[in-house]
Ligand binder design. Structure first.
Ligand SMILES: *[C@@H]1O[C@H](CO)[C@@H](O)[C@H](O)[C@H]1NC(C)=O
Ligand SMILES: *[C@@H]1O[C@H](CO)[C@@H](O)[C@H](O)[C@H]1NC(C)=O
Ligand SMILES: *[C@@H]1O[C@H](CO)[C@@H](O)[C@H](O)[C@H]1NC(C)=O
Ligand SMILES: *[C@@H]1O[C@H](CO)[C@@H](O)[C@H](O)[C@H]1NC(C)=O
Ligand SMILES: *[C@@H]1O[C@H](CO)[C@@H](O)[C@H](O)[C@H]1NC(C)=O
Length: 586
């Protein structure tokens, strides 16, 4: 049972996107659905799909600002929705309603997330009450239309990705950094050609939050229509959001709670982004704990003895193993070419750094395969790197790309599309493109290197993709973030029904625990649960009965545990890999 850092990881490999329990297969055994067969509609109309799921395309105005001013809006978006129905009928007294989920990103697909993780998420929240799990592709992303797509076809996109692939913006003031910066700026210029009628001015997180409100209202409307006597008599109460958001999804949740506090029913956020840091300083604090998570990898390998191929007899400590890998990274400043499947391919320090970054999302699943890859690399054998997300992202795969390059909907492989994520992140954190000049690019790399010398290069790429970005959002929310706690007198309707429940691992290489505390300070009566584990997002790196019980109790009752509650995970990473029952069905 060899777990590879495989193509699946590519789907969730970018900024903040958790790599999910690899390579978890879809819970549904029906893998296709003809989305084009559904007419988008402004009320929620579900169609059976994927054997046991329900699919819909919900029409929303592209421009919520214009729509709120009562002007007839012409431009629309259709949000793709996949719902895993609850295990009870909606008129059952134990039906708990619908929970919206977001997998992170920005740019992550919620429909894909529900198809692969919906049953797992449902098993976490279900206890006395039973919930629908609803995932949606945020506007511009995945199966939602119009698609944030700057290229004429996937082949062109992949060719450009190759140009960027070999470039390492490792050090300030280098040719590699300047070329990387210029290439990213070129992609921004390409996207700018689409102009103000495109989806790009309307992709900010505020628009996505407003879309979520629309989904909540339309779900409620459908429920009332289908099950007339189910809802409470209290008709002046507006329907409320129940939400479970990961990584970037915590920023989306925070934005929703800050914009529409009275519409929050339950909100669990996991793997926390510091909202002001995201908006104002390009995620400047993201890597605060990254090297600490990396330490846990080297310690796991050292403790494994000869079971870890990366550990040699001469290694007297975890630090010795780390030093070897650091030397490999340094040596790869002189790139290596290898011949693979009849083509010339390059290995740079970026190829290796990205494997290190990727594995930290999912220690339990990825420490072992990563240690094998690195051990081979130390012997000069890089063949297996050809199957890693980075090298896949940077390779044109003619068989896939050329068969039908015009088949753009549904997109054949939207995982390669980075423009959607840029459309969200670069406009949320918009600054005048002139300020994002090469000096700025150097500063980004320097600031990250001060936090994490190992991951700075990989992470900087994500931030530098906003170089030259020209779309400011038409509808934006840039703070202040936060909301009061629930109003116990019930008089103030503009407060959440329950305080926020905030989850974090002790060590997270993309969203440090300190960001969870900052977010808790913004939201009255909220509580932080710390899972004693490493990796990105508590619920996605390990099973923990303790966390599960708090989360299911919270959804059922609105009660949060004491702020600062610590939970042990059920499983820890090890080499060789040990299965965590009920978690990763790899
Ligand atoms: C898919 O799963 C359903 C229920 O689990 C089963 O009835 C059906 O036969 C399966 N279809 C295929 C093609 O395996
Ligand atoms: C809405 O319509 C009014 C009156 O026609 C116009 O002044 C205003 O600019 C319009 N707003 C937008 C956002 O188009
Ligand atoms: C590199 O490692 C792979 C996997 O162990 C092996 O199949 C391959 O033969 C090795 N290549 C060389 C040149 O040793
Ligand atoms: C980049 O912009 C900053 C701020 O406007 C400016 O101080 C700096 O000189 C610029 N750098 C270059 C290389 O133009
Ligand atoms: C929860 O605890 C953290 C860490 O001590 C603190 O920063 C935060 O303000 C607390 N949250 C609330 C709502 O008091």
């Amino acid at each position: 049972m060899y777990r590879s850092i495989s193509r699946q990881a590519l789907l969730y490999g970018f900024l903040l996107k958790p790599i999910l329990a690899l390579p978890r297969t879809r819970d549904s055994n029906e893998t296709t659905f003809n989305w084009a067969s559904i007419e988008p509609s402004s009320n929620l109309q579900y169609n059976d799909c994927y054997n046991g799921y329900k699919c819909a395309r919900l029409e929303v105005p592209l421009d919520w600002q214009e729509a709120s001013q009562g002007n007839g809006t012409s431009l629309k978006a259709a949000i793709a929705i996949v719902t895993l129905p609850a295990t009870v009928r909606e008129d059952d007294p134990n039906f708990g309603g619908t929970i919206l989920v977001n997998p992170g990103g920005p740019g992550g697909s919620g429909t894909e997330f529900v198809l692969s993780e919906g049953a797992y998420l449902q098993s976490i929240v279900d206890e006395d009450k039973h919930y629908n799990i609803l995932g949606f592709d945020p506007r511009g992303i995945g199966l939602s239309t119009p698609s944030a797509d700057c290229y004429r076809n996937d082949f062109a996109r992949a060719s450009d990705a190759i140009q960027q692939g070999g470039l390492s913006p490792t050090d300030p003031d280098t040719f590699g950094l300047k070329m990387y910066y210029e290439t990213a700026k070129g992609v921004s210029d390409l996207c700018a050609e689409l102009g103000p009628e495109s989806i790009f001015p309307y992709m900010s997180t505020a628009s996505v939050a407003r879309d979520m409100l629309e989904i909540v209202d339309r779900v409620d409307e459908l429920g009332k229509k289908t099950f007339k006597c189910r809802r409470s008599e209290n008709t002046d109460e507006l329907p409320k959001l129940q939400y479970l958001g990961f990584s970037y999804g915590s920023f989306l949740g925070n934005t929703f709670a800050s914009m529409f506090p009275g519409r929050v029913g339950r909100m669990v956020i996991d793997g926390i982004v510091d909202a002001d840091d995201y908006i104002q300083t390009n995620m400047g604090k993201a890597l605060l704990d990254a090297e600490k998570v990396l330490d846990t990898f080297y310690e796991t390998c050292f403790d494994a003895g000869s079971e870890c191929l990366l550990r040699e007899d001469t290694d007297k400590s975890a630090q010795d193993i780390r030093n070897k890998v650091n030397l490999l990274l340094k040596n790869l400043d002189d790139p290596v070419s290898i011949v693979y499947e009849g083509r010339v391919r390059h290995i740079t320090s970026h190829t290796v750094r990205d494997v290190l970054r990727q594995m930290l999302y999912q220690p339990i699943n990825l420490y072992e395969p990563a240690s094998q890859l690195l051990a081979l690399a130390l012997t000069g054998n890089f063949t297996n790197f050809m199957q890693t997300p980075t090298s896949l992202a940077n390779s044109v795969q003619p068989a896939e790309m050329c068969v039908n390059p015009s088949a753009s909907y549904p997109p054949s492989d939207f995982a390669l599309n980075n423009e959607g994520g840029n459309g969200v992140f670069c406009s949320d954190a918009y600054v005048d493109p002139d300020l994002r000049n090469v000096t700025w690019a150097n500063d980004v790399v320097k600031a990250y290197a001060a936090q994490s010398p190992t991951l700075a290069e990989s992470w900087s790429r994500v931030i530098l993709s906003c170089s030259g970005w020209k779309y400011d959002a038409k509808y934006a929310f840039r703070g202040p973030f936060g909301a009061p706690g629930p109003d116990k007198t019930g008089k103030n309707k503009d407060t959440p029904s329950a305080p926020l429940l905030i989850l974090s691992n002790r060590w997270d290489h993309a969203t440090p625990l300190s960001s969870a505390y900052v977010t808790s300070q913004q939201h009255g009566d909220s509580s932080v649960i710390i899972q004693e584990a490493s990796g990105h997002c508590a619920l996605l790196v390990s099973k923990s009965k303790c966390v599960k019980d708090h989360v299911s109790t919270y959804f059922a009752t609105g009660v949060v545990p004491a702020n600062g509650t610590v939970c042990e995970p059920d499983c820890v990473p090890s080499i060789p890999y040990k299965e965590c029952p009920g978690f990763a069905n790899s």
